[in-house]
Design a protein around this ligand. Structure first.
Ligand SMILES: Cc1ncc(COP(=O)(O)O)c(C=O)c1O
Length: 352
């Protein structure tokens, strides 16, 4: 069943490619759906992008029931618009919603709603490699009450933002700060979810790292011994004899690009291992020359090489501060599939 569409009477001018950056512009329409215990999901509609009103006692504002996703639509060379692995994002959001005691639309609803809103705003999918339409599905508790319990009413909405590069550095390698004081997540917590709370928790560390001239932080585990992930990316280390990425242990977000990169590396016959990685072994490998590359993966960040790792009393340059061959090959292959220049061997893209 298709979603009713209320078209905007005042379509906005499209931003130029050069001005895109990340998350600064929003398309003409949004999708919204409502949930109540008695009615289930209802009232789904695509309507003009506009503010909505909330009860000041809405649970999202007090008890933080907020969960989101991040995915992208690409315009391929043929002009066709595709979305990348939407069922992966649905599955991850289902797990997060369970953790936060929230209801989720079904996979069929989620995927078809995403495709329908992208189709309505398909003119907003940029026509240039490197640019895309970022898709932000969001789920919030809207019931107004005080007292700590799950809400009985929710809104699921999807907004769309044409984006270029996530970092102001563009594709240039990043400087990353090893965070030894603040903690992102602990076992049993929210680390594996895309709960808004995780990002609120990350702001102070990122702010302080920026003041020191670093783009993002590399989070360590609760013992400050093992590497977890970077701000909004999963992290990979290319050693002499293997490529390693921290294994998923409940405190790390299971990235869709991480999963895709593991598949791509295997298809390139590279030795890729998911395991615990200590910060000490990174320091040792940097010192003895066996740390060849570091890069982050994420929907927004794509494949982002790391050119410098710094901490309170130690720092190192990686790959002479340049993009390494593994990161470059992965970037070319992943974006080649997304933009339709390479065959979609793994069935990752879906037409909208
Ligand atoms: C904390 C965190 N880790 C990892 C990722 C990468 O996940 P994905 O590849 O699904 O975008 C993100 C992405 O948005 C993130 O916010």
């Amino acid at each position: 069943m298709s979603v009713p569409v209320r078209r905007s009477a005042k379509p906005k001018p499209k931003p130029s490619y050069e001005s895109l950056g990340f998350g600064k512009f929003f398309s003409d329409h949004m999708l919204i759906a409502y949930y109540s215990e008695s009615k289930g999901w209802h009232g789904v509609e695509i309507k003009p992008y506009e503010p909505f009103s909330l009860d000041p006692a809405a649970s999202v504002l007090h008890y933080g029931q907020a969960l989101f996703e991040g995915m992208k639509a690409f315009r391929q060379e043929s002009g066709k618009c595709v979305v990348f692995r939407p069922e992966f994002n649905w599955q991850r959001m289902v797990e997060g919603a369970k953790r936060l005691c929230m209801p989720m639309p079904s996979e069929t609803q989620f995927v078809s709603w995403i495709k329908e809103v992208v189709r309505v705003d398909q003119d907003w999918v940029p026509n240039k490699k490197g640019a895309s339409l970022y898709i932000r599905p969001t789920l919030i508790g809207t019931e107004g009450f005080l007292g700590v319990r799950p809400a009985n009413e929710y809104i699921f909405f999807v907004i769309l933002s044409p984006v270029g590069s996530y970092y102001s550095e563009g594709l240039a390698p990043l400087k990353i700060w090893i965070e030894e004081d603040f903690l992102r997540a602990a076992p049993g917590g929210l680390g594996a979810t895309k709960a808004a709370a995780n990002y609120a928790n990350s702001l102070r560390a990122a702010f302080e790292a920026k003041q020191k001239g670093y783009s993002q932080v590399l989070w360590l585990d609760v013992e400050r011994k093992y590497v977890e992930e970077v701000g909004t990316m999963n992290v990979f280390f290319v050693f002499d004899d293997e490529i390693a990425t921290p294994k998923l242990d409940g405190t790390i977000l299971a990235g869709g690009v991480r999963d895709s990169v593991i598949t791509l590396l295997k298809s390139m016959n590279k030795k890729i291992v998911e395991r615990k990685v200590t910060i000490q072994e990174i320091k040792d490998a940097a010192l003895n020359g066996t740390l060849k590359e570091v890069f982050g993966t994420g929907t927004a960040a794509v494949i982002s090489p790391v050119g410098e790792l710094g901490s309170k009393n130690w720092k190192t340059t990686v790959q002479d501060g340049k993009t390494g061959p593994v990161a470059k090959a992965l970037y070319d292959t992943l974006t080649g599939i997304q933009y339709g220049q390479l065959p979609d061997k793994f069935g990752w893209v879906q037409s909208v």
